[in-house]
Ligand binder design. Sequence first.
Ligand code: NAD
Length: 363
Amino acid sequence: MIIGVPREIKNNEFRVGMTPAGVAELVVHGHTVLVEQGAGEGSSFTDEDYAGAGARLVSRAAEVFAAADLIVKVKELQPSELPQLRAGQVLFAFLHLAPDRSQTEALLRSGAVCIAYETVELPDGRLPLLAPMSEVAGRMSAQVGAALLQRPNGGRGVLMGGVPGVPPANVLILGAGSVGCNAAYVARGMGANVSVMDIDLDRLRQLDRLWGNTVRTLHSNRHDLERQVAEADLVIGAVLVAGARTPVLVTREMVAAMKPRAVVVDVSVDQGGCVETSRPTSHDEPSFLAEDVLHYAVTNMPGAVPYTSTLALTHATLRHTLALADRGWRQAVQEDPSLARGVNVLDGHITHRPVANAHGMDF
Ligand code: NAD
């Protein structure tokens, strides 16, 4: 099979759909991999790295789209790419179709088979191709929070780990899922005083078994949350209710009662955010002040660390790419119900119920 890896052209997107290691694996399986020149640049992979792994480098994305049976990308196709997708071709990428009517219609018109990373789902409901990005964002959130707490960056001038005789920063993490646990991992490693709140007691039990009393686990309820937020130097928002808007847990009044120049990192902002005063920001202008509290609410945090993010993402996608290439998409999804959940568009029809519902279309 011919697999194509075009360069990502979405604004500020530096990841790439396949690493040289992935290319090498596909080539060993007898496939041909076309990589657009410069595709790996933003993630620190050179054209020579890809050529050395056995890829055929081509100078234009159009050549990739014209020849490939399977297109492997990171982000959804952009308007200039959509007309190049053709019937019978397989697209494997993040698609996020529910809020995107024009992309959905273009994919339906193309006649291609479109498999979305974000809806590949394990039987227990976990989303294995989304999880690596939550791990990255979670770990980053503690780093970003630590930097923003520094006075020259606008924060209240507190060192995460404190020093002998001076207490560490109080870090409050809302949500003990992928983002929350990874945030706790780094904040704890920096020596901060870490508390994690969740409504799911089993999640808290897991943390307790892992770290004992070096991380405080607290049941999330409005009464206790109010007090914890007021005492925090850094609040990390990591709450998710799958398929729904994030519940607003921290109200404007609670933010106003925080210490002056404390910091909020609302990772959950991509689903609406769990802090009333947060609004989506970008890497160009990541933070702002509200109620004298510094807020950071970048919607694509992993984009700041493309090398790590590309590796983490492609480690999770590669086995599915191999299955699609080795067995063809039909057999691959027949044999793997988790991958089958990823098929969003097939032969001009939507094949994922929530996406169909979002557009009021037949399923
Ligand atoms: P997850 O499902 O693994 O964890 C979410 C946790 O929130 C669960 O443990 C759940 O029990 C808890 N929760 C739900 N309601 C709660 C409440 N009322 N109080 C306390 N806890 C509650 O999700 P995740 O993978 O950790 O993702 C968290 C959020 O981060 C999502 O919105 C995700 O889209 C977002 N995210 C953002 C970025 C970014 O760049 N900004 C990157 C990755 C993930």
